[in-house]
Design a binder for this molecule. Structure first.
Ligand SMILES: Nc1ncnc2c1ncn2[C@@H]1O[C@H](COP(=O)(O)OP(=O)(O)OP(=O)(O)O)[C@@H](O)[C@H]1O
Length: 291
């Protein structure tokens, strides 16, 4: 299968910087998978997302080498507007996403669909559906620019998800949200993935990343250091050399190890942890029976 995104030996250095933000990146994203991109602050995550959308180097200028292919086309041959109907992009700061010209959240979310020229009935149906899924009914008639940061974040995400582009690049959509809203946003993104959308999510919420991602990509100092399933990545000894935290169940298992409880695998999700505890209990009972 041809990857949706194919990055080949790509490096980029901002014009005003003295070191590269991306170094020799090779990355392929397959259709319909949910990828999470993690790494310490300044490791290059947003720059990589911007390279996939073409903002780097077309908007944020600098020197680049290598190639970024998206939907089989080299970004060098495309204008920024060429991919508007293929890539949904949620910015780190939701304020920058707002059109600034709409009086209500409903109109804000409808804006992109209007630009695509969809029939009014269809626009209303789609906007109502996403407002329901994003659980933002109480914001429907509010002015987008008067919302709190967390509310703007939900509206900005809804305004992109409603467009149903086949690739979503989402930069820290939950940074201003409480734990329950964070969980809701991940469930929403998972629903989008189930429609066949490819998702690249930049996030720091490790527990949800472990639970929802198909693959985790770890960046450090402009390079991709690790990539694999959540279990592969969060059990990798290489992670110790990078400043990223491990999921809470894995941390708990290390504490239990100090109390003599040794699991066969490091649990990554709460379900894994429960299963490992049950397995451990069974093993102990068998030992007691035999002993
Ligand atoms: N517009 C810019 N001009 C110059 N340097 C930049 C620019 N944007 C980012 N950088 C630098 O590029 C490097 C990578 O930054 P980037 O924002 O991609 O990292 P990040 O992993 O997304 O960080 P964070 O988690 O803090 O958002 C950093 O050293 C940063 O200071």
């Amino acid at each position: 299968m041809v990857p949706i995104v194919d990055i080949q030996n790509y490096s980029f250095q901002y014009l005003i910087s003295d070191q590269p933000a991306l170094k020799n990146i090779d990355l392929q994203l397959e259709e319909g998978r949910f990828y999470s991109l993690i790494g310490p602050n300044g490791s290059g995550k947003t720059t990589l997302a911007n390279a996939i959308r073409g903002f780097v180097p077309k908007f944020h200028v600098g020197d680049d080498q290598g190639d970024v292919y998206v939907f089989g086309q080299n970004m060098k041959d495309l204008e920024l507007s060429d991919l508007a109907d293929k890539i949904g992009f949620v910015f780190q700061n939701p304020f920058t996403q707002m059109s600034g010209s709409k009086n209500t959240v409903f109109e804000e979310i409808a804006f992109g669909l209007e630009n695509l020229g969809l029939p009014v009935d269809e626009i209303i149906e789609k906007v109502n559906q996403i407002i329901y899924e994003a659980d933002i009914e109480e914001l429907r008639d509010k002015n987008p620019l008067e919302l709190s940061g967390g509310q703007q974040q939900r509206v900005a995400l809804a305004a992109v998800l409603v467009m149903e582009q086949p690739l979503m690049v989402i930069d820290e959509p939950t940074s201003q949200l409480d734990p329950q809203s964070t969980e809701d946003i991940f469930k929403m993104i998972e629903k989008v993935k189930k429609r066949g959308t490819t998702v690249l999510l930049i996030e720091h919420k490790i527990d949800q990343i472990a639970e929802f991602s198909d693959e985790v990509i770890v960046m450090d100092q402009g390079e991709i250091k690790l990539q694999g399933s959540p279990a592969e990545v969060f059990q990798s000894p290489l992670l110790k050399e990078i400043d990223v935290t491990i999921p809470t169940p894995a941390k708990l298992s290390l504490e239990l190890y100090d109390h003599g409880i040794d699991f066969t695998d490091v649990p990554i999700t709460i379900d894994d942890l429960c299963q490992q505890i049950v397995n451990h209990g069974r093993r102990r009972l068998n030992e007691l029976d035999r002993g």
